[in-house]
Design a protein around this ligand. Structure first.
Ligand SMILES: NC(=O)c1ccc[n+]([C@@H]2O[C@H](COP(=O)([O-])OP(=O)(O)OC[C@H]3O[C@@H](n4cnc5c(N)ncnc54)[C@H](O)[C@@H]3O)[C@@H](O)[C@H]2O)c1
Length: 462
């Protein structure tokens, strides 16, 4: 994409209804993005179907969920799980009796990894084994799913898969230093990409975070054709990341977390939606804001652009409810700190000479630098320490709000999606939240001074 095309309108669902089928293509974790979309599907009375990535046994063989695991997962999902393992990526696959790519990485050390070479012809064979395994499993999943969808029903496929970090000790140490290391512990993300280990990991990210979307679209073609022929409609959505427009100096501006190593896979994901769209398949990647989830917690500082959502809530006509969010955030801070203090730290970071070169959409995803990593990670650590309890943070509260809003936005937009790639910036997220929670008469401007106790004094009309 040459420009970040924003989703501008808040649309309502006009297609999906009770008895239609919602397919979650990825597993559900408590605070992940998928929970927001699932809430909408549940409210609509859709029949929910999930998949599993499966589990590895002690010999790394992939197995389905046990009965206990399956019933726990189905209870969490509130639907039926097709119990055929759909783990993507080739990090643990190999031709019979051969070493897996993870085994090959295990031979690398902290001293050697930058220069260690991989046999790419062999890696291609591992990849072919993994793709055959995944697509065979996917054919089985689609055959079962086909029997679960009656003619005339609409179907919503929600792709949520992202990952591909191999469980190799050397990589985990390197990743820790790239995403969490400051000072002498800093490591250049470009050094990783220049190494064979880094090139392998990028390919694995492509397989998990991008190519699975193409497989989903391709392998559901028969279902799509049958459903459409019987008068139903089919939609595909996927979660992208490609920076977010947030309020900086009272203006919505694009910015990004750096270094987002998965960015190449996310651009590939956008390309897959564009290809599908070009042949008439309604597939849309929604590029979503930075939030904290099981997957994103590895990136220290990812929460920094999230916190100014509070400013957007105010700007987009927030009222009593928005003020309550400010106050709830303030209560999470230790004595002596205010939300304003936190936001000031983030504004200082965004305005610094160190960060400005990184807010270049056309150069995304840029490698990290020592100064940028020190500032991002240092600011994140400082803000964490400003909390009363570092296990209950402002970013937890705001992440949950973004999950709720994006679920509503994506679900609403999917009735009549307007393109293959759209950015959900803080403006539309804030508008969606305010529309859901505010009583019309309590819009910010009409809140009586003093009615909001401490919060009101800090939240004068801009
Ligand atoms: N957290 C963020 O800041 C953020 C921002 C924008 C977009 N996203 C995207 O949102 C989506 C959901 O992520 P999330 O942050 O909610 O985290 P999450 O941990 O809840 O979800 C990650 C998903 O990836 C699946 N997955 C992981 N490894 C896999 C593998 N090898 N094979 C198949 N599936 C695998 C998991 O089953 C799960 O469904 C992802 O596409 C992510 O990139 C996240």
């Amino acid at each position: 994409m040459k420009n970040p095309i924003a989703l501008e309108t808040v649309a309502e669902n006009t297609v999906f209804r009770k008895g239609d089928v919602f397919v979650l293509f990825g597993e559900l974790f408590g605070r992940g993005y998928a929970t927001g979309l699932l809430d909408q599907a549940r409210k609509t009375g859709m029949h929910i179907v999930g998949i599993t990535v499966g589990r590895r046994d002690e010999n790394n063989a992939l197995r389905p969920l046990t009965d206990d695991e399956l019933s726990a997962a189905e209870a969490r999902l509130g639907g039926t799980i097709i119990n055929v393992p759909l783990m993507a990526g080739f990090d643990l696959d190999a031709p019979a009796k051969g070493s897996t790519p993870t085994d090959l990485l295990a031979g690398m050390t902290l001293e050697s990894w930058e220069h260690d070479k991989l046999d790419w012809e062999y890696i291609e064979r591992c990849k072919a084994v993994a793709i055959a395994r995944f697509t065979n499993a996917l054919s089985q999943v689609m055959a079962i799913l086909d029997g679960m969808i009656a003619d005339g029903r609409n179907v919503f496929f929600a792709h949520t898969m992202a990952g591909g970090i191999p469980k190799a000790k050397v990589f985990l140490v390197v990743a820790n230093r790239i995403y969490k290391g400051t000072g002498s512990r800093h490591l250049s993300s470009q050094a990783l990409l220049d190494s064979d280990m880094g090139k392998l990991i990028l390919q694995n990210f492509d397989e998990v975070s991008a190519n699975t979307f193409r497989h989903l679209i391709d392998f559901s073609a028969a279902i799509r054709e049958r459903v459409e022929a019987s008068g139903g409609q089919v939609r595909y959505t996927a979660y992208g990341y490609h920076g977010t427009g947030i309020l900086i100096d009272n203006e919505y501006r694009w910015q990004t977390y750096t270094n987002y190593t998965q960015g190449y896979a996310k651009m590939r994901l956008e390309g897959i939606a564009e290809d599908a769209w070009a042949v008439g398949v309604k597939a849309t990647v929604y590029n979503c804001p930075e939030i904290r989830t099981n997957s994103s917690d590895v990136f220290t500082g990812i929460e920094l652009p999230l916190i100014p959502l509070l400013l957007a809530l105010k700007k987009e006509n927030g009222g009593r409810w928005a003020a309550e969010q400010w106050r709830a955030c303030e209560e999470l801070l230790a004595d002596g700190f205010t939300v304003d203090d936190v936001i000031r730290k983030i504004s200082d970071l965004q305005a610094s000479e160190v960060m400005i070169p990184f807010y270049d959409f056309s150069a995304w995803p840029m490698p990290n630098s020592q100064a940028q990593a020190d500032l991002t990670i240092g600011t994140s650590n400082e803000i964490t320490r400003m909390h009363r309890d570092t296990k209950v943070m402002i970013s937890d509260l705001l992440s949950a709000l973004v999950v709720e809003a994006t679920g509503q936005l994506i679900f609403g937009e999917s009735s009549s999606p307007c393109g293959p790639v759209r950015w959900l910036n803080h403006d539309v997220v804030a508008r969606r939240l305010n529309a859901s929670h505010e009583e019309p008469e309590t819009a910010w401007r009409s809140v009586t001074p003093g009615a909001l106790d401490g919060a009101s004094s800090r939240l004068e009309i801009a």
